[in-house]
Write a new protein. Structure first.
Length: 248
């Protein structure tokens, strides 16, 4: 991997949050729970804002009438819902949605205001660059059946190569990293799914060393925790991407 090594660190306090017209928020896995969207933290999100979900969106699961009704209710929300995939998605159903180019990267278009941010892409959102990479390994793998587990949850080498190429197009400099899995070292540190290693864990470790980024958000661990200086495990919290460690 020919990533350029860059040790430059941007601390939260250096970020200029002034003058942004619309807000971008990040939250963790929603697991198909509509109740999450009725909570105050999400209801306060305004028209024109974006809510990014760090995997396990869970509303593209069985294609049932009930699920479609929930997606309809979600479509009536005034903001954009942009999710990456996690380990609990129906990938066959997800892949049946059309692929589009959007803000510099590839998406699956679910509805006019719900999009799936595909793996290894770089998107321009509110003048900031977001690198996205979903998928991972299901911790409950042994309890899943052929009807509830999809091999596509595991990122492929091709997807990692796509990510490397797209990062290089941006000089390995992005503003925010959005992933479902954390880098391997953080899995160990948080004690989550420590025995499992995929290629992406090594790739993410390379990114930590070789890329410039302000913050890295990930959902897999189902906890809300700030890990200085740049990592945010997100779950129930809904954080503006501009969050400072002193706000937490
Ligand atoms: Fe999850």
């Amino acid at each position: 991997m020919a990533l350029t090594y860059d040790r430059k660190i941007c601390y939260n306090k250096l970020e200029n949050t002034q003058g942004e017209k619309n807000m971008v928020y990040v939250t963790g896995d929603t697991h198909g729970e509509w109740e999450r969207f009725q909570e105050k933290a999400i209801r306060r999100i305004k028209k024109g804002d974006t809510l990014i979900i760090c995997g396990d969106f869970g509303f593209i699961w069985d294609g049932s009438r009930k699920e479609k009704q929930i997606l309809k209710k979600m479509e009536a929300l005034p903001f954009l819902i942009a999710f990456i995939d996690g380990c609990h998605e129906n990938f066959d159903l997800l892949e049946s949605y059309p692929v589009e180019e959007w803000n510099g990267g590839k998406i699956h278009r679910i509805t006019k205001n719900i999009i799936h941010l595909m793996r290894g892409q770089v998107f321009q959102i509110e003048n900031k660059k977001f690198f996205t990479f979903g998928g991972g390994h299901s911790q409950d793998y042994e309890y899943r059946t052929t009807q509830t587990w999809w091999k596509q949850e595991r990122p492929t080498h091709q997807e990692v190569e796509t990510a490397v190429a797209n990062l290089q197009k941006h000089g390995n400099k992005i503003d925010y990293v959005i992933t479902h899995e954390p880098p391997g070292s953080l899995k160990d540190c948080l004690g989550v799914d420590v025995a499992q290693r995929l290629e992406i864990h090594a790739f993410f470790a390379d990114m930590v060393r070789a890329c410039y980024y302000r913050k890295w958000f990930f959902g897999k661990c189902h906890i809300d925790k700030y890990i200085p200086v740049k990592f945010f495990a997100v779950f129930a919290q809904v954080l503006p991407v501009t969050v400072r460690d002193t706000d937490l």
